[in-house]
Design a protein around this ligand. Structure first.
Ligand code: PMP
Length: 322
């Protein structure tokens, strides 16, 4: 039995799926969707808030504000509520309606900006709103996941340390990239403690992380429309880019086996399978981090009409053959 005193003591899921039994692939999937708040981002949320409280940046009357495509927003809503703090999440129309609903249920104010840039990204508009609100209201504190080192330190201290303990013979680790918090925390940990572990960054086609060409993307969480300041490409051994339709195919393939995961998990598994098919002999123990579960995507990547509308070049028979 595990007893906790509140949501700020978030739970590490400790669940891994052995995909040899699901996709016949030698890959362990670390399921972060079983964490409190349903995603990997609770680690950064709890760490950033605790650290800002320790440093006196957050006081009892502070209003936390953050730009998030969803999961950090839900995690911060939970952490803020557990500490009696107000929280404003600045998001955009790509945020799944159910995710915004979760934040509201946890007491957060949800602001949806609606001015996309040329690639369809709302990140610049979200950040502009955050800055304006902080100017108007001095009690607002922007934790700034895009530049806050505590975002990656959370993963150095717990995500990576946990994987290292569970897998003493780890060879290759696949990590999706949004802000780069998960990637950088894990990459720094393994560079320092087990430099032989191969770190593979996974990104979406259309993301500018790792100097990719900008393009339209519809799956929230993974990828970036402007370079992410936390990312140091020198710490990464390889980058694998996955087109979003391939990620959706992988999500649906896993769901058909009873494993319902989010879009970025489909992206990471798709990249890992591609890589392992080429180099399996080199990777006796491979782990991929699955950032969240599929429930939040039932109306998007698991909805045929949504997929047909957003991916016009998806083969006609894709949906029919599900
Ligand atoms: N996948 C999902 C579903 C996410 O919510 C996030 C966080 N934006 C990521 C991947 C990427 O994580 P990070 O910000 O640590 O790079």
């Amino acid at each position: 039995m595990t007893v906790i005193t509140g949501a700020h003591e978030f739970l590490d899921s400790e669940v891994y799926i052995d995909l040899r039994h699901v996709l016949d692939s030698p890959l362990y999937l670390k399921c972060e969707g079983f964490n409190f708040a349903g995603s990997v981002k609770v680690r950064s949320a709890a760490w950033m808030v605790a650290s800002a409280q320790r440093e006196g940046i957050i006081g009892p009357d502070s209003v936390l504000i953050e730009s998030s495509s969803g999961n950090l927003g839900v995690a911060l809503a939970m952490v803020a509520a557990s500490k009696g703090l107000r929280f404003v999440c600045v998001t955009d129309p790509k945020c799944n309606p159910s995710t915004a609903g979760l934040m509201r249920a946890l007491g957060a104010e949800v602001v949806v900006v609606d001015e996309p840039d040329a690639t369809g990204s709302y990140l610049a508009a979200r950040k502009t709103y955050v800055r304006e609100r902080c100017t108007q209201d001095p009690s607002c504190v922007w934790l700034n996941q895009y530049e806050n080192p505590d975002n990656w330190i959370a993963h150095y201290e717990n995500t990576a340390a946990h994987i290292a303990k569970q897998f003493p013979h780890l060879d290759t680790l696949f990590i999706g990239t949004g802000t780069g918090g998960t990637l950088m925390g894990c990459a720094r940990y393994f560079r320092e403690h087990r430099p032989q572990v191969r770190i593979i960054a996974v990104d979406s086609v259309g993301s500018v992380n790792f100097s990719g060409a900008p393009g339209a993307r519809h799956i929230p969480g993974l990828g970036a429309s402007t370079p992410m300041p936390l990312i140091d490409p020198e710490l990464v051994d390889e980058v694998v880019r996955v087109p979003e339709p391939d990620a959706i195919r992988m999500c649906r393939r896993l769901a058909a086996q009873g494993v319902l995961l989010g879009g970025s998990s489909g992206t990471v598994v798709s990249a890992a399978l591609q890589w392992l098919n080429r180099y399996a002999a080199k990777a006796p123990t491979a782990v991929a981090i699955a950032p969240d579960l599929g429930e939040r995507y039932i109306d998007t990547i698991y909805d045929d009409a949504w997929v047909a509308e957003h991916y016009r070049d998806i083969p006609q028979d894709f949906l029919e053959n599900q």
